[in-house]
Design a protein around this ligand. Structure first.
Ligand code: FES
Length: 361
């Protein structure tokens, strides 16, 4: 505690006031933009075009990077028009690879996915955060495994398949990859060579929009599962894809061992409800009152009005957007539960305004 300017009760407080880490970061940054003692910065060492709308970014992180497990995702922060924006992307490389790789498909209206695909090039620096995610292989792996991937939901699964290749066990693994067309298959050449060389792995592509001779077309159905996974009952299933595919998979696989990871497209994380009128949201730190409709998440409705609170996953996982609600009621969009009127922490990416609100922002 500081009792008088320049006099500190604790030597530790005095040292802190000098902000040694900020100075170290400044000087290290002068040596190389990748160097830092506070942030995981990664240099883009290659950009690979996977499909017309998907690129992989090969990254060389600094010494703060602590590694990951196949199937996990990492927050990536970029600065767009002077504003820091964070999104989560699955790692598509193997944990033992020399470099990391994220693979990003452009989403319609996706601020960061479009920015990365359009602007980021070899030599640029991206800021990463701590990895997270439970979509990883179980410890006691059964013999039969099924992976259901939809669109860019293939990225964590691709890393997991590389892990299985390294484990080299006596397993039967099936991948059913649902994608719009042959041209949209991400990692296509790797899959084609895996299919030739890995007897433990069977890969089937299913095209939803553009059928191709010799391939399945359509969506996930019981018939497709029965056709390609005859021993489904004894199979552990991993599902990663957009919400409709996920819902379908969970209903078809009820009672089985299923691990799933949802891939959300911008604006897809909430059910939009039609409401009459607006409610007032008082932002207590900036002393501002704005009106929102309470039709979508608070995060989206604030962003629409040019207010950009911190956010990451935008689906209620990472807690980056947590802030204190001081008064008023919200609906938690992941559970559908309405909150009490009193003080509590809320995740604004999955909270919709129900009444006038006061939040600490
Ligand atoms: S942004 Fe990740 S929980 Fe809200």
């Amino acid at each position: 505690m500081k009792t008088f300017p320049f006099i500190y009760n604790e030597p530790r407080d005095f040292l802190k006031s000098l902000q040694p880490k900020a100075w170290a970061d400044f000087f290290l940054g002068e040596l190389s933009p990748r160097f830092s003692v506070t942030a995981i910065k990664a240099k883009v060492i290659a950009v690979k075009e996977e499909t017309p709308d998907t690129k992989s970014f090969v990254l060389n992180p600094n010494w703060l990077w602590k590694g990951f497990q196949s199937g996990q995702h990492v927050p990536v922060t970029v600065e767009i028009a002077g504003r820091r924006v964070t999104r989560f992307y699955s790692l598509s490389s193997h944990p033992n690879d020399k470099y990391l790789q994220i693979t990003v498909k452009r989403q319609k209206g996706g601020l960061v996915s479009n920015f990365l695909n359009q602007n980021v090039k070899k030599g640029d620096i991206l800021e990463l955060g701590e990895v997270s995610g439970e979509f990883v292989l179980e410890k006691n792996l059964p013999k039969d495994l099924l992976f259901l991937a939809g669109g860019s939901g293939i990225t964590p699964i691709y890393s997991i398949l590389q892990e299985l290749q390294k484990l080299n066990g006596d397993r039967n693994v099936t991948l059913l990859y649902f994608v719009r067309s042959y041209e949209d298959i991400i990692f296509r050449s790797s899959f084609e060579s895996m299919q030739k060389n890995a007897s433990w792995l069977k890969i089937h592509f299913v095209f939803s929009d553009v059928p191709k001779e010799g391939y399945e077309s359509g969506f996930l159905t019981k018939e497709i599962l029965d056709k390609y996974v005859p021993n489904l009952k004894s199979t552990s299933v991993y599902v990663c894809g957009p919400a409709p595919m996920q819902t379908k998979a969970l209903s078809l696989l009820e009672g089985l061992s299923v691990k799933s990871e949802l891939f959300l497209l911008p604006g897809q994380n909430v059910t939009k409800v039609k409401k009459e009128g607006t409610v007032d949201v008082f932002l207590s730190l900036s002393h501002k009152t704005i009106q929102v409709k309470g039709e979508r998440s608070l995060l989206e409705e604030l962003e629409e009005q040019g207010i950009y609170p911190q956010s990451g996953c935008r689906m209620g996982i990472c807690h980056t957007c947590v802030c204190k609600k001081q008064a008023g009621s919200v609906t938690d969009l992941s559970s559908g539960e309405k909150s009490q009127l009193g003080e509590e922490n809320i995740q604004i990416c999955v909270s919709r305004a129900e009444s006038n609100l006061e939040i600490e922002l």
